[in-house]
Design a protein around this ligand. Structure first.
Ligand SMILES: Nc1nc2c(c(=O)[nH]1)N[C@H]1C(S)=C(S)[C@@H](COP(=O)(O)O)O[C@H]1N2
Ligand SMILES: [Mo]
Length: 247
């Protein structure tokens, strides 16, 4: 079996390789597959998991990228953040980490950023190509130092749907994937409220409902039990969508 240490090591390798995706992928694979006792089937599965989502050119971008799900959390707390132009926003990073973080937008914006033009696929039957920019989630998790006991990363969002807090979760393979970013900008401008201001996830190998908007907190956890109804996300809990929504 591949150990937690190897996965976190792979994330560190991506960071060392910098933001150039051509460099990142082979480096990630070398580290990820360095273990001698990896079964071939598992190796193939992990290889698939590490593959990059297609990226597109500016000319291929959709003229309209619709907003879906919550278009404005509309809570007093969120509205206060909007009114203050997110000056008081803090992304809380905690759970199974050695160094919990509280990051303002200026700090997030000062981190090395990745820009990617990708296709968003919603299960409701629409797709759109847009450009996203922000720090790698891996950079932030590395700064917080995720503990060996962690297996998932949970995103707590500002909105509620029908009284249920929106949340999502991914495993550490996706968390350290070289295209997994916390987007601060879309199509060259700061995220709009409709698209998840001030911070939303882009986890490009998965479907639209995993792309959590309005992220207020990120927790590293060992288990998804006890969070929401325990299935790893709002849609997973309430509409029975798959937790792993790979594309
Ligand atoms: N917090 C939050 N995140 C969310 C949703 C939501 O309702 N609330 N909807 C999801 C769904 S189903 C999709 S398709 C995308 C839509 O992202 P967009 O509004 O930027 O198009 O956000 C996802 N993330
Ligand atoms: Mo969706």
């Amino acid at each position: 079996m591949i150990s937690r240490r190897n996965l976190v090591g792979a994330g560190a390798g991506l960071l060392l390789a910098g933001c150039d995706k051509v460099v990142q992928v082979p480096a990630a694979r070398r580290i990820l597959f360095a273990g001698e006792d990896i079964q071939r089937g598992l190796q193939r599965a992990l290889s698939d998991r590490g593959a990059l989502a297609p990226e597109f050119t500016r000319a291929q971008m959709s003229p309209v990228f619709r907003a879906n799900g919550t278009a404005n959390p509309g809570t007093p707390a969120y509205q206060a953040l909007v009114d203050g132009r997110f000056a008081d926003y803090r992304l809380q990073v905690g759970g199974l980490v050695d160094r919990p973080l509280s990051l303002g937008l200026a700090q997030l914006g000062a981190m090395p950023a990745r820009r990617q033009i990708t296709r968003h696929d919603c299960v409701e039957g629409w797709s759109a190509i847009g450009e996203w920019q922000g720090p790698l989630l891996g950079t932030i998790l590395k700064a917080a130092t995720v503990r060996q006991s962690a297996r998932y990363v949970v995103f707590r969002c500002a909105d509620l749907i029908a009284g249920h807090a929106y949340y999502e979760s991914i495993d550490l393979i996706d968390a350290f994937h070289p295209q997994t970013i916390l987007a601060l900008a879309m199509n060259g401008a700061p995220l709009s409220v409709a698209h998840g201001a001030p911070v939303r996830l882009r986890v490009e190998r998965q479907l639209g409902y995993k792309q959590a908007k309005y992220i207020m907190g990120i927790d590293a956890v060992a288990s998804l039990a006890g969070i929401g109804k325990g299935k790893g996300g709002y849609w997973e809990d309430n509409v029975d969508y798959d937790w792993y929504a790979g594309i």
